[in-house]
Design a protein around this ligand. Sequence first.
Ligand code: HGY
Ligand code: MN
Ligand code: MN
Length: 407
Amino acid sequence: MTHLLGKTAQDYLRQLAECSESETGVTRFPFTPEHRRANALLTAWMEEAGLRVHMDNAGTLIGRYDAGKNTRTLLMGSHQDSVKQGGAYDGIMGVVLPIIALKTLKRQGKTLPYSVEILAFGDEEGVRFPTALVGPRALAGTLDESVIDRKDKQGHSLRDALSSFGLEPEKIGQLKRRPENILGFIETHIEQGPVLEHEGLPLGVVSAICGIERHQLTFTGQAAHAGTVPMHLRKDALTAAAAVTLEAEKLAIKLPDLLATVGQLDVTPNVPNAVPGRVSMTIELRSPVDEVREKAGNILQTFAKETAQLRGLGCEVDRTYSQSATVCNASLQLSIASAIASLGKRVFTLPSGATHDASAMADLTPVAMLFVRCRKGISHNPSEFASEEDMGLAIKALMHLLSNLQP
Ligand code: HGY
Ligand code: MN
Ligand code: MN
């Protein structure tokens, strides 16, 4: 049975991986034709599991098991989107596994004393638009609606993307849920790191999720001929960006619990024989301690401005996104731990250095996460992999949890 459940999960995830813009790995950005195709598959499977399906105005696909009036609702799920050339499990596996768990319980004739909604959020990765977590923030009532006017690289605003997806962004404010009606949010996710594999365990309980922030920096100098302008007369935007990149690395090595990444550089004109006149770059900072992350963000913004001034460049800095660290709910952690123990597996607890929809959901309701072992700890990469066996066990754990949760 466990094997069959895992096989179904692998089959669903294979089909979803085909909803990708790239041939290598999975590239599925929010509010694109690939997102639409993935939603069509998810809708069919949700309906097969007996769920009533709709999409809310923040682009979250929702499948509801209704236990009747006056019942509270357990929320489950994760995100449908991927990074560029990412894997087939990050996010979407956390939508697929609870669907299969509910479908199996239905087949067994089991009913639950509370309602359940499975959520497939549109945009967790924040790769297309310089914002993320719009879906869960809308539910929590924490969405800063000005982010809806942020634009992707092609100049399309999130507002236009939502509208062309058939949604009404002006109604996002109405999505806020009442916490008293919600039992909690359980997110199942591939670990994305090597710890469970190292422990020889298929599943883990997440204790806490790190915080994150992103900055967009733009240096403006002067594009110039690489052979005629002496070094001391240049206004090179890329050397400034390089200085900031190294400073971010230095700071993250010095401060405990800080990770800093410069993952994106857009260089203009980006040719070998011109001094770069303009560079736009991102800095992403993560820490389990919010104060450390916020302090590092301020230090790096100041450093960028000082570097620009010293080099006679223009500099714009913008903290485009931030999400504080989250501690998972103790009682829901225990429910996940008992579900794992019921499978005869050792209970192991670990923190998450990746961020998740659960971080934003924590502003609405208690959250907890079930991690599934990740082959070689590789994620955000086409070779990301979770085995059928491990996913089968995760589905069994979710079924145990659903069957034993007190409303
Ligand atoms: O970037 C992250 O931590 C996550 O995969 N969204
Ligand atoms: Mn990811
Ligand atoms: Mn993810």
